[in-house]
Ligand binder design. Structure first.
Ligand code: AMP
Ligand code: MG
Length: 412
């Protein structure tokens, strides 16, 4: 019996075989969720021009420096500047322009007096304005051109997800198109003669097939397109047929089941020449298959227990799908939290425990097993409660309540 290999070694094998996908140029509104492959640079300054931060009056600061309620200053309103105007009216001493938020500030003005600081407010704002409070300083309530970003500045680096905030930032910088990765194309193939579609009647020995929908969802969450989701028996001919039909269309195939040490391990039997089957020092997820098809598609053989399949996807498949897209960060954000309870961990294997986070004390979150019954890899129902993984090093044999543990949150 060969000793299990480290998680890092298996992941390194996977990533060494993972190739970057081609890029495509998409309009900003269509690129949400894609990974940027080129930095986004501002096409225009943000703000584009000096503009008013308030509804009120553009004034010459020197005119109103001493204005107070007791000694107000009257100015003649010589122009009206709604948003979108191209006007740049001249202001002489004693003159003001009514101005709305976002309108360009006249070149002659160097402060804005909000309606609140005038006698008449909006209601009496044309003709003459009576200023009752001086602006704090020259430049008050003026947003200067380029104070956020200059044209040519990097708005976003390559390697990040282009989400709603990033779309908004690119749009504000006058950018219409971005260069992103195309989506990986993935097939999910469950194996097992015992499996039937959820909802179908079960005769003795049959169980609902749940890994394909689990893995399909995880594939989508990793930014990939699902080309095929199906289930085959343990005989071999179905697997061969399905694989032959899809292999040339995909960047990765994810098998579940059929990779461990039983008598009818269909993935192992059919793909022994192409894939390597290893024992990895982790729990769950010890048996792992991986290889590269002649087409270049990555072949992942995940163990069939649902929790094992989910963990194996998290640890090996997700990083590969992200790397294909050029994602800069392949790892999840990690929190260090106290354990909410005690539990045992397997000797010499890294534990990935589906976990919940107790947030009842906002200043002291804790993390613990998602299922009361422990970490059994068949406890698929408990996955429904999980929102994170607690990851415990191989050297640690037991976790005590209050021990700090690594918690991988699944949203990042
Ligand atoms: P295997 O890795 O094929 O030996 O499967 C391990 C365990 O996981 C067995 O109890 C299987 O019945 C179960 N299993 C395998 N594939 C699936 C699946 N797609 N959905 C639900 N359970 C599965
Ligand atoms: Mg099986």
């Amino acid at each position: 019996m060969t000793a299990p290999i480290a998680v890092e070694e298996q992941l390194a094998r996977v990533l060494a075989s993972t190739r970057l996908l081609e890029v495509e140029t998409l309009p900003v509104p269509e690129a949400r969720g894609r990974t940027l492959r080129q930095p986004v640079r501002a096409a225009v300054d943000i703000p584009v021009f000096d503009n008013s931060a308030m509804d009120g009056f553009a004034v010459r600061f020197a005119d109103v420096t001493d204005a107070t309620g007791a000694a107000p200053v009257a100015l003649t309103v010589v122009a009206d500047l709604p948003a979108g105007t191209a006007d740049d009216p001249a202001l002489r001493a004693g003159e003001a322009a009514r101005i709305m938020t976002g309108s360009p500030v006249p070149a002659d003005a160097d402060a804005i007096v909000p309606f609140e600081d005038t006698a008449g407010g909006l209601a009496d704002s044309l003709g003459t304005v009576t200023v009752q409070r001086a602006p704090a300083k020259a430049g008050a309530h003026i947003r200067r051109a380029g104070e956020d970003l200059r044209a040519g500045d990097e708005v976003l680096p390559a390697g990040v997800v282009f989400g709603a905030w990033q779309q908004g930032a690119a749009g504000a910088a006058g950018v219409a198109e971005v260069v992103v990765s195309r989506c990986p194309r993935v097939a999910v193939i469950s194996t097992g003669t015992e499996l039937v579609a959820p909802g179908s009647p079960l005769r003795r020995g049959q169980i609902p097939e749940s890994n394909s929908v689990l893995l399909a969802g995880l594939v989508a969450e990793a930014g990939a397109d699902l080309v095929l989701r199906t289930s085959v028996d343990d005989e071999g001919s179905q697997l061969r047929d399905v694989l032959a039909g899809v292999l040339d269309e995909v960047d990765a195939v994810i098998f579940s089941g059929g990779v461990s040490a039983g008598a009818y391990e269909v993935v192992k039997n059919e793909l022994a020449g192409t894939m390597t089957f290893s024992k990895v020092a982790m729990q769950p997820g010890k048996p792992q298959g991986f290889g590269v098809a002649p087409s270049g598609a990555l072949l992942f053989g995940l163990p069939g227990n649902p929790v094992s399949a989910a963990v194996s996807f998290e640890v090996f498949v997700r990083p590969a799908l992200l790397a294909m897209q050029g994602r800069a960060a392949l790892a999840r954000p990690v929190l260090r939290l106290p354990a909410s309870t005690a539990w045992k961990t397997p000797p010499n294997r890294r534990q990935y425990l589906p976990a919940t986070i107790d947030r009842s004390d906002p200043s002291r979150w804790t993390a613990g097993p998602a299922t009361a019954g422990g970490s059994g890899s068949h406890r698929a129902g408990g996955l429904g409660a999980a929102e994170a993984y607690v990851v415990v090093p191989a050297e640690v044999d037991a976790v005590a309540a209050g021990d700090e543990v690594d918690v991988w949150t699944l949203e990042g």
